[in-house]
Design a protein around this ligand. Structure first.
Ligand SMILES: *Cc1c(COP(=O)(O)O)cnc(C)c1O
Length: 343
């Protein structure tokens, strides 16, 4: 598989911005190369453009090499970079199942790239053959989100492998919710698939949404293109330091995930007893999609009670659906009682 053939010509030929700290290699005590204010206060210097220390720690936690990691301003940065690296505007196209995470389409439109949507089956399972049938010579990326947002389900691994094995382009596996699933990450197969890019994030299970740090894992070759195209100092020093600390507390994350999975089960059981809830879709994530007779009205009534859920009524295959994030036990009880009153 020749990744080079997939890269946009302008990116292949790009001479990336070379920042002061990248050009200098060695030992020094006087830094007059970056027009910084010299008075030390902890923040006056530019941060490490490649987040070396964060990647060193992350590589141990994730079991991958440091140069198989890209760190972005949320996974949203990685999604946008994928378009900018691989997709020629108005020529190339990408494919994604629908419904899925909205940012793939928004980034396609911003980058002026055709976005091909293939419906999931009625039960939200993945039809890999339908996806493969939509490929043409200009298809560069296929996005697969598993567990999928907003449906909550893991997509069948054999269907995903069918796509990975039969597409000569980039396959992105968005694992934003993998920590809540009973299935392993695909990270273990990273070296088997030179065309696979795995996205993960600190925004969900790790409880760091406001810090804006996401990860992409891929071959060293693909990661090198991410580094070529990204803004030089895309992760600020506050975020880098903070994530170093967070990575020392993986046990906290694991404990909270266990609690949230317990609460997900409780929520599901409570929702089953509410006649106005027509369907509860099985979830491998930290949210549950439910179907009601009138999602708009239910949404509005819940807002009146001070409870905000996500109205997915207007999304393909999701008519009547609301997406409810698993909250604390108290929040979940309040929400269940409110749904009982309005439905
Ligand atoms: C929440 C979410 C993300 C995370 O995005 P960040 O930019 O890292 O906060 C990525 N993918 C999916 C499918 C999500 O639902």
């Amino acid at each position: 598989m020749d990744i080079k053939k997939l890269i946009r010509k302008n990116i292949l030929n790009l001479k990336p911005y070379s920042c002061a700290r990248t050009e200098f290699k060695g030992e020094a005590s006087v830094f007059l190369d970056a027009n910084e204010n010299p008075y030390e206060n902890g923040y006056n210097r530019y941060p490490d453009p490649f987040q070396t220390e964060v990647k060193r720690k992350l590589s141990k936690v994730k079991g991958v090499y440091e140069n198989q990691i890209f760190i972005g301003n949320g996974s949203d940065e990685a999604i946008d970079l994928l378009y900018r690296i691989f997709c020629d505007p108005r020529i190339d196209n990408v494919i994604a199942p629908t419904p899925t995470y909205g940012m793939y389409q928004v980034c396609a439109e911003i980058n002026d790239v055709e976005y091909r949507q293939i419906n999931l089956n009625r039960d939200f399972t993945l039809n890999s053959e339908a996806i493969l049938n939509a490929i043409d010579n200009n298809t560069k990326i296929i996005f697969i989100c598993s567990p999928n947002n907003p449906t909550g389900n893991l997509l069948d691994i054999t269907e995903i492998l069918n796509i990975l094995n039969n597409f000569n382009g980039i396959v992105v596996i968005d694992e934003a919710y993998i920590d809540f699933a009973e299935q392993d990450s695909m990270l273990k197969s990273l070296s088997c698939y030179p065309n696979m890019v795995i996205l993960q994030t600190f925004s969900k299970a790790w409880a760091q949404a406001s810090v804006r740090v996401g990860m992409a894992f891929a071959s060293t070759e693909i990661i090198a293109y991410f580094n070529k195209v990204k803004y030089p100092y895309n992760i600020n020093i506050l975020a880098q330091k903070h994530i170093m600390e967070i990575l020392d507390n993986e046990a906290d994350m694991i404990r909270q995930v266990a609690l949230l999975k317990e609460e997900r089960k409780n929520l599901e059981n409570e929702l089953k007893n509410i006649p106005g809830v027509l369907n509860i879709y099985p979830s491998d994530a930290n949210f549950i999609l439910i179907k009601t007779n009138d999602a708009n009205k239910t949404y509005d009534e819940l807002v009146k009670k001070g409870i905000v859920v996500r109205n997915r009524n207007s999304i393909t295959l999701c008519q009547g659906c609301l997406r409810i994030t698993v909250g604390t036990p108290d929040e979940n009880i309040i929400t269940i009682n409110a749904i009982k009153e309005v439905l």
